[in-house]
Design a protein around this ligand. Structure first.
Ligand code: XMP
Length: 326
C-alpha cells in the first residue's frame, strides 16, 4: 500500500518545466523497469492512455505495443485521430483492431443498460486478450492509472477493463501516471506534444456511445448519436463553450414520433442534447446554453442527420437525473 501513496515531496506539476522534469524522470524509471522487453498498452485515445502511450514511446519506442480496439462505439473521428497521432506522427507500434461487427453483433437485441455494459466490458477483454496472445515476448502491461483511481478504488483502472485478463496474461504493471492528478496529466500530455483535442478531451464513458444509443443498439440510431454528437461538439467549439462546459453529448431514444418535412409526414427519432457542469460528477448543473444556439443546433441536426425529426434539451440537474441517460 505504501508505494501507492503520492510522495509528500512531490511538487504539483503546473507548468512545462515541471512536466519536462517529470517526463525525464519517468523515462529513466521506465527504461530501468522494462529494459529491452516489450510493453503492451490498451490505447483508447482517452487522456490517460494517450499520455501513457506518448511517455512510453519516448522511453522505449517500438517496444511499446499499443492496441487500439475500435468497438464501433467511439465518437466521430476518434479512431482516425488515434491512428494519425500515434502511428503517423509519433511512429508508434500501433495495432488497430476493427472489432465493430463483433461488438454490434454481440449487442444485438440487448436493451438492459447493465447487460449492455457487461457485454462491452467482457468483449473488450476478449479482443484485447486475443491481441496480447498474438504478440511475442510481452512481459509488461502499461496502464493509465492516475492518483484519483488509486484513492477511489483498489488501484485498478476498472473501465480500462484489463483487470479481467486471465492468469497467464497477468504481466507486471507499468503505471507512470499513478501519482498524478488529472490536471497534471494534461500538463504532461501537452509537454509531450499531444494535440489539445486529446489532452483537454471531456470525460467519455468506457462503453462509449453504447450508453447513449438507448435501449437495444441499432446501427441506424448509433449513426444518429455519432453524427448529432459531432454537430453539437462542432457548434460548442465554434461558440466558445468547448473549454467551458464540463461534459456535453447527445442521446437517442428507441422510439419514434410523428413529424413533417417538405410537406410529408415523417416518423423519425428524437435527439436529446445534454450539457452539464460538475466538479466530481456526483452532482451536476445544466449549462445555460443560449436559446439561439440551441435553435441553430436543432436546425443543423434535423437538417443534416438522416432519420431525426425532433431535438430536445435536457434541463434536469443531477440529482434527480444522472449525467448519462443509461
Ligand atoms: P452518471 O451518468 O452516473 O455519470 O451521472 C457520471 C460520470 O461517469 C461517466 N460514466 C461512465 N464512465 N464507464 C465509464 O467509464 C461507465 O459505464 C460510465 N457511466 C457513466 C459519465 O460520462 C459521467 O462523466
Amino acid at each position: 500500500m505504501e508505494n501507492n501513496k503520492r510522495p509528500d515531496s512531490m511538487k504539483r506539476i503546473t507548468n512545462e518545466t515541471l512536466a519536462g522534469a517529470f517526463i525525464d524522470e519517468q523515462v529513466t524509471l521506465v527504461k530501468k523497469q522494462v529494459g529491452d522487453k516489450k510493453v503492451l498498452l490498451a490505447l483508447s485515445g482517452g487522456v490517460d492512455s494517450s499520455v501513457v502511450a506518448a511517455l512510453l514511446i519516448k522511453a522505449i519506442g517500438k517496444n511499446l505495443v499499443c492496441v487500439h480496439v475500435n468497438h464501433g462505439l467511439l465518437r466521430k473521428g476518434e479512431p482516425e485521430q488515434v491512428v494519425e497521432v500515434f502511428r503517423n506522427q509519433m511512429n508508434a507500434n500501433l495495432v488497430y483492431v476493427d472489432a465493430i461487427d463483433r461488438f454490434l453483433n454481440k449487442l444485438e437485441g440487448v436493451a438492459e443498460p447493465e447487460k449492455k455494459r457487461k457485454i462491452i466490458g467482457a468483449e473488450f477483454i476478449r479482443v484485447f486478450e486475443e491481441e496480447a496472445r498474438k504478440q511475442e515476448g510481452i512481459e509488461f502491461l502499461a496502464q493509465g492509472t492516475i492518483y484519483p483511481d488509486i484513492l477511489e478504488s483498489d488501484g485498478v483502472k476498472a473501465h480500462h477493463n484489463v483487470g479481467g485478463l486471465p492468469e497467464d496474461l497477468k504481466f507486471e504493471l507499468v503505471e507512470p501516471l499513478k501519482f498524478l492528478y488529472k490536471d497534471e496529466v494534461r500538463v504532461v500530455g501537452k509537454a509531450l506534444g499531444l494535440p489539445d483535442g486529446m489532452v483537454y478531451r471531456q470525460p467519455f464513458p468506457g462503453p462509449g456511445l453504447g450508453v447513449r444509443c438507448l435501449g437495444a443498439i441499432t446501427r441506424d440510431r448509433l449513426e444518429i448519436v455519432r453524427e448529432s454528437d459531432a454537430i453539437l461538439r462542432e457548434e460548442f467549439a465554434k461558440n466558445g463553450l468547448e473549454g467551458k462546459v464540463w461534459q456535453y453529448f447527445t442521446a437517442v431514444p428507441d422510439f419514434r414520433s410523428v413529424g413533417v418535412k417538405n410537406g410529408k409526414r415523417t416518423y423519425a427519432y428524437p435527439v436529446i442534447l445534454r450539457a452539464v457542469n460538475t466538479k466530481d460528477a456526483m452532482t451536476a448543473t445544466v449549462e445555460n446554453v443560449p436559446f439561439e444556439l440551441l435553435q441553430h443546433i436543432t436546425n443543423r441536426i434535423t437538417g443534416e442527420v438522416e432519420g431525426v425529426n425532433r431535438v430536445l434539451y435536457d434541463l434536469t440537474p443531477k440529482p434527480c437525473g444522472t449525467i448519462e441517460w443509461e
